[in-house]
Design a protein around this ligand. Structure first.
Ligand code: PMP
Length: 284
């Protein structure tokens, strides 16, 4: 039976509940993370906990435990569930209050840790590559709700995903308020052009993915030139290769966007090198 951590106690999955007055539910007021377990080891745990606390700092949410206690709680929940490979979802809500927005009238932020399985995309897409659809929903303007915050309010991404699925694709290409490529609904995007790896910079209105950083490090080690630079749809359409990165998705090739074939229409050699490099760091 799956055990869920809620604020210091463990509950069976069916009994793991939060108040309907919690602003996490009422307003999506809270922050979360998604982390992988590979061969019994939690991957990039410190980095994910750091991002969780940074997201919380931005929304003025005081997480009631320290970073070290969060790390311990995550590791203990993984052990208790006996998971050697899987997915962890830590989240912190604003806590319960009244039916208004003022955070001063809320109390008891809840810390939740769920350990479960995840499989985001059909396995065959890792071999054949996926198709993206550019959606009309733009990524949140950084001055409205900065995408660098991994907040419990994911409607922006969900609206994009709805459009992608409507268009017969499994992932959405989202542009920013300037019309440049930002990221996908749950993944960062990279292209390869003439041997150079390119990805939108942090200030393009993206979540700064932990996997994105791992891939940048792999590229540097493999002496593949890497540029964090503004990209447009033209760059995607005319790229030699394209792939997405994310904790759940890992590294997945993209071979088509809005009906345009990217490169040779199959996963390219740099994408393969990066995927292999990623498998090595996750399984070491
Ligand atoms: N962008 C968005 C919008 C995401 O939700 C995620 C995480 N699923 C990512 C990018 C990838 O980030 P990470 O590599 O840290 O999982």
């Amino acid at each position: 039976m799956t055990k869920v951590y809620i604020s210091g106690k463990y509950y069976d999955k069916a009994d793991a509940k939060i108040s309907v007055y919690d602003h996490g539910l009422l307003y999506g007021d809270g922050v979360f993370e998604g982390i992988r377990i590979y061969d019994g080891k939690v991957f990039k745990l410190k980095e994910h906990v750091e991002r969780l606390f940074e997201s919380a700092r931005h929304i003025k949410l005081d997480i009631p435990i320290t970073r070290e206690q969060m790390i311990d709680a995550i590791q203990k929940t993984v052990e208790l569930n006996g998971k050697r490979n899987g997915y962890i979802r830590p989240l912190v809500t604003r806590g319960s209050g009244y039916l208004g927005l003022d955070i001063r009238k809320t109390a008891d932020p809840q810390v939740v840790i769920i350990v479960d399985d995840i499989s985001l995309y059909p396995p065959e897409l890792y071999e054949t590559g996926m198709e993206l659809a550019t959606v009309s929903t733009i990524r949140n303007h950084p001055n409205a709700l900065n995408p660098r915050i991994k907040s419990l309010n994911y409607l922006n991404n969900i609206l994009a995903k709805i459009e992608a699925v409507q268009a017969g694709c499994v992932e959405a290409l989202m542009l920013n308020h300037k019309g440049e490529v930002a990221e996908c609904s749950g993944d960062n995007i990279f292209i390869v052009k003439q041997g150079v790896l390119r990805t939108p910079p942090s200030d393009a209105g993206i979540l700064e993915g932990i996997t994105r950083q791992v891939v940048i490090d792999i590229a540097r080690k493999a002496t593949i030139p890497i540029q964090e630079t503004a990209l447009t749809r033209h760059d995607i359409f005319t790229a030699d290769e394209c792939f997405l990165t994310g904790t759940a998705a890992e590294v997945i090739p993209v071979v088509k966007c809005d009906g345009r074939v990217i490169g040779a229409g199959k996963p390219g050699s740099i994408t393969r090198t990066i995927r292999e490099g990623f498998q090595q760091v996750t399984r070491q």
